[in-house]
Ligand binder design. Structure first.
Ligand code: NAD
Length: 256
């Protein structure tokens, strides 16, 4: 099914083969999309370049640290120069200091709060603004969120508050950009063992609880998020914007 044949899609946030962004890249690539990858600093370029060799066709690789306005601007200027129009963007970026991901939320530092918001929530606004002029044929923006933005999940703390801001940003962006046929949605993924998840204390017990209590009695993987992103990037989801779709084996419907 070449649902994305001829579509140019930007993938932000591949760090290694476990990254959710890489799961998304694989699904979109199989569906025929031309992919453009952005990565956080030259340190990660080699990782991404190696992974991308597994995909069919050539992909563009561009450095972009989302905390730097000039890098966001330069990245999208380069994308414009090289491919002109883009049809989709997958934003799979988040960060919080490890010390903020344990203990009580009430002890969150001012710096730690601001940093988590900047990288994990504001960056979606910054990249949506930069991508907008390139989405002249309409487009689909997909970001990654987590249940910890809707409910209290132990140790998720400052990142939960950042995800709540991200979820609200999805709705405000969807409202602004809908008139240009640019859709904005989030996937709320169940926990998956990745580099970012390593920072969360007691992550193993979170996985175990999902296996015991989620309706499907199992955790989910990157390919399941990837296939949902494929749906959200394709015309099949053309009537959906401002939504948060849970890909979590049903865990979020359960009461205690
Ligand atoms: P990951 O560590 O593979 O990906 C996080 C990415 O964020 C990395 O590629 C990193 O380079 C990038 N990043 C961090 N700071 C950046 C910056 N300043 N500029 C540019 N990029 C930056 O982990 P992941 O789990 O694949 O995370 C991807 C997204 O999925 C995140 O938003 C995360 O919160 C979300 N998510 C993860 C899970 C999970 O259990 N793993 C569940 C739900 C949502």
């Amino acid at each position: 099914m070449n649902l994305l044949q001829g579509k140019n899609i930007v993938i932000m946030g591949v760090a290694n083969h476990r990254s959710i962004a890489w799961g998304i890249a694989q699904s979109l690539s199989k569906a025929g999309a031309n992919l453009i990858f952005t990565y956080q600093g030259e340190r990660l370029r080699e990782n991404v370049a190696k992974l991308v060799e597994e995909l069919e066709g050539e992909s563009l690789l561009i450095n972009c640290d989302v905390t730097k306005d000039e890098e966001v601007e330069a990245a999208f200027a380069e994308i414009k120069e090289k491919v002109g129009v883009i049809h989709g963007l997958a934003h799979c970026i988040a960060f919080a200091k490890t010390e903020e991901l344990e203990g009580e939320f009430v002890n969150t530092s001012r710096d730690g709060y601001a940093l988590a918001q900047d990288i994990s929530a504001f960056s979606l606004v910054a990249v949506a603004r930069a991508a907008r002029p390139l989405m002249s044929e309409g487009g689909s923006i997909v970001t990654m969120t987590y249940l910890g933005g809707e409910r209290v999940v132990p140790n998720y703390n400052v990142m939960g508050v950042a995800k709540a801001a991200l979820d609200a940003s999805v709705r405000y962006l969807a409202s602004d950009l809908g008139k240009e046929n640019i859709r904005v949605n989030a996937i709320s993924a169940g926990p998956i063992r990745t580099l970012a998840a390593k920072g969360i204390r007691n992550f193993n017990s979170v996985l175990k609880e999902i296996e015991e209590r989620a309706p499907l009695r199992r955790t989910i993987d990157q390919s399941e998020v990837g296939d949902t992103a494929l749906f959200l990037m394709s015309h099949l989801s053309r009537g959906i914007t401002g939504e948060i779709i849970h890909v979590d084996a049903g865990y979020s419907i359960m009461g205690k």
